[in-house]
Design a protein around this ligand. Structure first.
Ligand code: ARG
Length: 579
């Protein structure tokens, strides 16, 4: 609906410039609500009009042009005032129309608000494959895997909300020499009993121990190598054990991801593509891309100049494949199976050059679609630990978030008696983790601090949830008065107007988040919305106001609640209704 207003302005600009109004839609933006009350609601930069070709460039200076264009604009029922600034034209909207249109749409189609905007139409359709989380069996689930999980989930949610078909893939580290050691280790010291009761812990324990032993004991190393050979030969017994490790791990992760509110459509892994690596190598060979070095390794030249100043190794001298070989096979297989239009990989920045190489190889093989493969990289988190010490298991993080949050909640006097305090605490704790992680640019490293993360004030997930829960409680209390909002005339005070002006930006924020694949734009939007609605809530009482005023305010609060909830869900946060 923000587009209703953009379109009104675009129509005027189109008339003045004699070109199609559609050209102007993406160039008109909502003025951010800053502390000082801004009179204008929408604006357009004249430089951008010139750059886009919407306005013909000539020798005239920018200011004269701005002024001339502004003078040509007509005021109407929607646009009340046109103001020429420095190279910018500001538009002031009729505030009653603003309230009417926004609230009308939010009431009739709350879930389509923003996401269905005309501004985002070009993003609709197509199929996106998002690969994320991707932990390694028997190894620790570190903070990087947690970041990949929540960032990937956000990207998948956002793409879905904007109208794409999304395929969520978890690519497990389930193949490689380490499975030889793990298998041999399990044959030495594993317990089926423990594997049933504490699967992830037990596999990790066996893995750590066998690695320690292998360091000083040659016989353990050769037992590992032998077990891996049995796996490669697909020997039944070895394979059955490997399958059991994998199945148990997937089942456990499914359960834990559910607590986080994350799901996958496919669990694949390196092993599923291991058998396809030979045909990849054959194809590379046929295309003359794979060269054998003096050391006997198989490499692909990535230098561009043909001088091997940079290259990727795809075959070891013993003929076995590597991580990148399996990634090439996996990408080809996914393209064939899922026919995606774009594919997004989410991992920490240490794998940036790996993905550059991968995309390079795919392009060299003649796959145009490699241009639409993206690696979303993120920085490192330092100092994330739980009472069990450094993070090894995802579930420990969830437990820690829950128990710390529960503790904070029982200490705060405002906390009501909740039906499911544990679940609420967990949801809020997870929100807090997500917001902390999404606040800055993904590439930044940050230092993790539980106390800071779980603060109730400031721009935290707890504050976001608190704002949402307070709106829910207000709406619950006045459920009988919340009818359709017909008369918006009480909503012209500065608090209400700021909230409405801010809502006007939602689709732009979604667009920016989608273009950059960065959650911070949406986080900032929701934080500002929460602050604005918190002060509106303080100063615009419902109780004790006349029926008309109460109803208009409730209508505004209910609209904000739904935008907050929808925005939170895109971030991967489950909004709580009581806390
Ligand atoms: N399992 C890998 C790790 O933990 C991440 C996998 C990333 N995805 C990929 N297609 N290589 O580092």
């Amino acid at each position: 609906m923000a587009c209703f207003f953009r379109r009104s302005v675009a129509l005027q600009l189109a008339k003045a410039c004699g070109v199609s109004e559609d050209l102007f839609i993406p160039l008109i933006s909502a003025v951010p609500v800053s502390k000082k009350q801004s009179a204008a609601d929408l604006r357009v930069s004249v430089n951008r009009l010139l750059q886009s070709g919407a306005v013909a460039a000539d020798d005239g200076d920018l200011q004269t042009k701005t002024q001339a264009l502004a003078n040509q604009m007509k005021r109407d029922a929607v646009v009340e005032e046109v103001i020429a600034g420095r190279g910018v034209i500001h538009f002031r909207l009729n505030k009653l129309v603003l309230a009417q249109k926004l609230l009308e749409q939010l009431r009739s189609e709350p879930d389509g608000f923003g996401v269905n905007s005309e501004l985002l139409r070009h993003l609709r359709g197509g199929r996106t494959l998002v690969e994320f989380s991707s932990p390694n069996i028997a190894k620790k689930f570190h903070a990087g895997h947690l970041r990949s999980t929540i960032i990937g989930n956000f990207i998948a949610n956002l793409k879905k909300a904007l109208g794409k078909e999304v395929i969520r893939v978890n690519y497990l580290g389930d193949w490689g020499m380490q499975f030889g050691l793990l298998g041999a280790g399990f044959e030495r010291s594993g317990s089926q009993e423990k594997l049933r009761t504490q699967p992830l812990e037990h596999l990790f324990e066996v893995y750590v121990q066998v690695n320690r032993e292998a360091e000083c004991d040659e016989s353990v190393r050769s037992a590992g190598a032998e077990f891996f050979r049995r796996l490669e030969r697909r020997e039944d017994q070895a394979l059955a054990l490997w399958r059991q490790f994998r199945q148990i791990t997937v089942d456990e992760y499914k359960r834990i991801y559910q607590r986080l509110g994350v799901h996958f459509d496919h669990y694949s892994g390196e092993a599923s593509h291991h058998s396809q690596t030979q045909s990849v190598l054959d194809e590379l060979m046929t295309r003359g891309l794979l060269k054998t070095t003096e050391k006997g390794t198989g490499v692909v030249d990535l230098s561009g100049a043909g001088d091997m100043s940079s290259y990727a190794t795809l075959v070891r001298s013993d003929g076995t494949s590597l991580y990148i070989t399996r990634d090439v096979a996996a990408a080809l297989d996914r393209k064939q199976r899922f026919g995606f239009d774009e594919m997004i990989y989410v991992t920490d920045k240490s794998q940036t050059s790996h993905f550059k190489q991968l995309f390079h190889i795919l392009r060299a093989m003649g796959h145009q679609w490699a241009e639409r493969c993206v690696h979303v990289a993120f920085g490192l988190v330092q100092g994330m630990s739980t009472r069990r010490g450094e993070v090894v298991f995802l579930e420990d993080v969830l437990e820690e978030a829950r128990s710390r949050m529960l503790n904070n909640m029982t200490q705060s006097s405002t906390s009501k008696v909740l039906e499911e305090p544990e679940q609420t605490a967990e949801r809020i704790g997870i929100s807090a983790l997500i917001i902390q992680d999404f606040k800055g640019p993904l590439m930044s490293d940050y230092k993790f601090d539980w106390d800071k993360v779980l603060q109730a004030h400031g721009d935290t997930g707890v504050f976001l949830q608190y704002t949402h829960a307070r709106l829910c409680s207000l709406l619950r209390r006045h459920a009988s008065e919340t009818h359709s909002c017909c008369d918006v005339s009480p909503l012209v005070d500065s608090r209400s107007v700021s909230v409405l002006q801010h809502l006007l930006r939602y689709d732009e924020v979604l667009l920016q988040s989608a273009n950059e694949l960065q959650p911070r734009h949406l986080v900032n939007f929701l934080m500002t919305l929460s602050h604005l609605v918190a002060s509106a809530h303080r100063e615009l009482p419902v109780k004790g106001s006349s029926a008309a005023v109460a109803q208009a305010r409730l209508c505004l609060f209910s609209a904000v609640r739904s935008v907050l909830a929808n925005g939170m869900r895109i971030l991967g946060i489950t909004p709580v209704e009581k806390m």
